[in-house]
Design a protein around this ligand. Sequence first.
Ligand SMILES: Cc1cc2nc3c(=O)[nH]c(=O)nc-3n(C[C@H](O)[C@H](O)[C@H](O)COP(=O)(O)OP(=O)(O)OC[C@H]3O[C@@H](n4cnc5c(N)ncnc54)[C@H](O)[C@@H]3O)c2cc1C
Length: 499
Amino acid sequence: MGFGVLGIRGLLALTSVPGVFGAVVERAPGPAPVEIIERDVVIIGGGAAGSHAAVRLREDFKKSVVVVEKDVLLGGHVDTYIDKTGAPRDYGVQCYFTYDDALDFIRRPALNLTLMPGLSRAATGFEATVRNVDFTTGKELANFTAPDAMVEIGAIVAMYQVLTSKGYDKMIEPGFYNLPAGPQIPDDLLLPVGQFAAKYNVTAALAKMYESTGGGPQARDSNFLNIMTLTFLQSFSPSWMKVFFGAADLFYVQGGNQKLYDAIATLLGKDVLYSTTVTSTERTATGVKVKVRGPSGTKVIKAKKLLVAIPPTRENLAPFDLNAEETDIFAKPTYGRYGTAIVTHPKLTPGQELHNMPTSAIADPYAPFLNTAHVLTFSSYGTDTDLFSIGVSSSGSSYAAFDERAATRVAQQSLEKMALAGTLPKLGCKKLTVVEWSDHGPGGFGVTPAEMRAGWMDRMYGLQGKRSTWYTGNAIAIDFTTQLWKMNDETIKRMLAAW
Ligand SMILES: Cc1cc2nc3c(=O)[nH]c(=O)nc-3n(C[C@H](O)[C@H](O)[C@H](O)COP(=O)(O)OP(=O)(O)OC[C@H]3O[C@@H](n4cnc5c(N)ncnc54)[C@H](O)[C@@H]3O)c2cc1C
């Protein structure tokens, strides 16, 4: 795709006048002036990866940047709802864990933030009363006995030891730069996670791992145990396992995790274009032109490098001028959809957590897997508030089919089942109120084991730097913020080396 209405000739015919952003406003013969922004790097997406890269490139490596973000704020998967008392309620990212020196990024004086130990959600010290309910029958599981925590932790330690003793951690963390070429990828990493766990006698780890990932990777598959180990480890990495046995610490940002991205937004100022998306690109070995549309119209960004920090889904890449190689690579991955929300319903009891637990878990509490679209929990924020958080996983439904409407329907139906079974009082005509919804986009982005064996990841990473384009983000690396930041550091190092 090219420059649409103007065309290259039209662009060359433009005359320049000084504009905002230290940029240039060029007047075309036609009616609307098109603003030209010139930067060293244009970054698409202002989530964890894009925001971090922008700060590192501009502040630490003195490269000029502009971030193109479709939302009205930075932060991606971070969601902080400020309730009517002023209390921050995080319902997306809960914490940042220690990984190498990555947390120093948050500690930089320019951001002026305070890191607090623990999970954001636990800040109040409140612990919900958990009721285990099969949301498909609506019945509470009276005879359910939770797995033994020590057995679960022991299995996570054992799994960590398998991964590290075989050097798998080094192949996958923090990104896949060190993953062997397709034919040499260890068979283990391409096994379904259920088979991997059985092979190494660590199936007792699966329940905790399933719960911790909250259904994100499961958005991809209708059977949790079938998720490829490598894909699953993106969301439950070896370094994250260390949190469970006390070898890594958790922190959150005082005042809510969104504060981090608000501070970055303040620092970056006009170098972020909000509510803006790409409409076309032209990429060559010497630079890129990215046409974007936002609230103040169309702009053209000319940059030496492009950093793609959005999931490279077919939907997201549609406006990009993909060549045959890129088209082939990005046609392969599949992914489902995952969302979170703050909700209320008058029949939900403040202080309680309704945990979706299949009836089969009475017989085997180490296998509480939900294999259809589902809400994992309705989690109260405390006895003094009617707010609950939910996470909704599409579990194998197609990405496009599972939007906010579909997710809300799943949540509402869960409540109706519980009311019919007498677990909740009768709902009357009251529907679930969605106070705030957050689309977490593709879950479990990835390809099949056969495609991985055939070298999909080599080809994906082989695109780094080609046509002045670089890639980062959770879809192609480990899906934790601090690890993504280290992935960024490596990517930026390579980008600067190739400048
Ligand atoms: C519910 C949830 C909870 C999580 N909790 C934690 C946690 O506690 N700790 C942790 O370390 N990790 C957590 N993670 C994982 C972590 O959030 C991700 O690893 C990280 O946010 C991914 O960052 P990213 O920049 O790759 O993607 P994103 O954060 O998704 O950022 C992508 C950005 O690009 C923008 N965008 C998307 N499409 C376009 C487009 N076409 N044009 C322009 N902009 C676009 C989006 O609006 C977004 O701002 C959680 C993830 C989820 C889903």
